[in-house]
Design a binder for this molecule. Structure first.
Ligand SMILES: NC(=O)C1=CN([C@@H]2O[C@H](COP(=O)(O)OP(=O)(O)OC[C@H]3O[C@@H](n4cnc5c(N)ncnc54)[C@H](O)[C@@H]3O)[C@@H](O)[C@H]2O)C=CC1
Ligand SMILES: O=C([O-])CC(=O)C(=O)O
Length: 343
């Protein structure tokens, strides 16, 4: 039988081993009381790479936290009301932001700008102050503008690191895989589709030709598939008929992207997925942010991949994407600059 002191030493060692083998991460959700925030918080609670969850909202976060905290996963959960943003951000390494208003039928994502721009800017300023090295995952629309708003806000605060800022475009990737698989009669796992550009209508560019099943889809079926991927959000807004936009599929996509980032931060190699980041790909055309395949690693963005071979149709989609994306990105940057123009 082992002496009691030897047992204590062994269990101390195994604790040390397990905590260094898998880095556990404190994650905050800002907007945790909302349609996306609630199911996203639940899914993050079940992610073994999350050690602690900080749930913040101007309404209802302590209740959501009390509820989610009963799930028998190991992470601890705390909820913070409107006046406790700084406490919610204390010590977090990853912040996911689904705060802001969703669309109603007849609206574009850009119609959300007037309300969501200042919400996202204020949250970014708090992150810059309290958790300046956190990785920030922006869900709030219009993503094409809210990501530049976060970047410019952090830049002003002198703490911007482009390797740590991500627009979450995973729902486009999820939809592209699902819709393509449905047409091809295969599993979504067989139709991983790279989606590039931005996250609204014509700025969403699915590269179907890079997948064997996607490439086989042509003519009117191809056109309808591209339209459905680009306007999948509108499909949900219409079906919800005034009650908001995609929440459950977005929570799934948000949890999926967060898990990819956490795996990268943990040192896993080869974690590659599309995300909207500061990118060199179209900087020569004045577009600072672009979504393409990105390798995620210990520093966040490790490598930004070029688009690869495009079909003639995809070249045209890209041509339509770039001017609209440029406008959206510039609008976000101008919003922050206009508040305090550079001398
Ligand atoms: N990136 C993407 O693919 C997608 C983005 N979205 C966007 O996500 C956002 C949220 O959508 P839903 O959850 O459906 O809306 P929701 O209205 O159900 O929830 C938003 C939550 O944000 C909270 N909030 C508002 N101001 C806040 C602040 N200053 N600080 C913290 N929390 C604040 C509200 O109290 C509310 O609980 C919308 O802008 C929507 O367009 C939605 C689907 C997909
Ligand atoms: O369509 C919306 O407003 C919400 C969204 O971004 C999406 O579902 O892709």
């Amino acid at each position: 039988m082992l002496a009691r002191s030897a047992v204590r030493a062994l269990s101390a060692n195994s604790r040390t081993f397990s905590s260094s083998a898998v880095r556990q991460t404190k994650v905050a959700v800002l907007g945790a009381g909302g349609g996306i925030g609630q199911p996203l918080s639940l899914l993050l609670k079940t992610d073994p790479l999350v050690s602690s969850l900080s749930l913040y909202d101007i309404r209802g976060a302590p209740g959501v936290a009390a509820d989610v905290s009963h799930v028998d996963a190991h992470s601890e959960v705390n909820g913070y009301p409107a006046d406790k943003l700084d406490e919610a951000l204390d010590g977090v390494q990853v912040v996911v932001i689904p705060a802001g208003v969703p669309r109603k039928p007849g609206m574009t994502r850009d119609d959300l700008f007037n309300t969501n721009a200042s919400i996202v800017r204020d949250l970014a300023a708090a992150i810059g102050r309290v958790a300046p090295t956190a990785h920030i995952l922006v869900i709030s629309n219009p993503v094409n503008s809210t990501v530049p708003i976060v970047a410019s806000t952090l830049q002003k605060a002198g703490v911007y690191n482009p390797a740590r800022l991500f627009g979450v475009t995973t729902l486009d990737v999820v939809r592209a895989a699902r819709f393509t698989a449905g047409i091809a009669g295969v599993k979504p796992a067989d139709t991983p589709i790279t989606v590039v550009g931005g996250h609204s209508g014509a700025t969403i560019v699915p590269l179907l030709s890079q997948n064997a099943h996607g490439k086989a889809i042509t003519g009117d079926v191809y056109k309808a598939l591209v339209h459905r991927i680009q306007f999948g959000g509108d499909e949900v807004v219409k079906a919800k008929d005034g009650a908001g936009s995609a929440t459950l599929s977005m929570a799934y996509a948000g949890a999926k992207f967060t898990n990819s980032l956490l795996r990268g931060l943990n040192g896993e190699k080869g974690v590659i997925t599309p995300t909207f980041v500061e990118s060199p790909l179209y900087k020569d055309q004045g577009i600072d942010f672009f979504s393409s395949n990105v390798e995620l690693g210990v520093n966040g963005v490790e490598k930004i991949y070029p688009l690869g071979p495009l079909s003639a149709e995809e070249e045209k989609l890209l041509e339509a994407c770039l001017p609209e994306l440029k406008k959206n990105v510039e609008k976000g940057k101008a919003f922050v600059e206009s508040l305090n123009p550079p001398c």
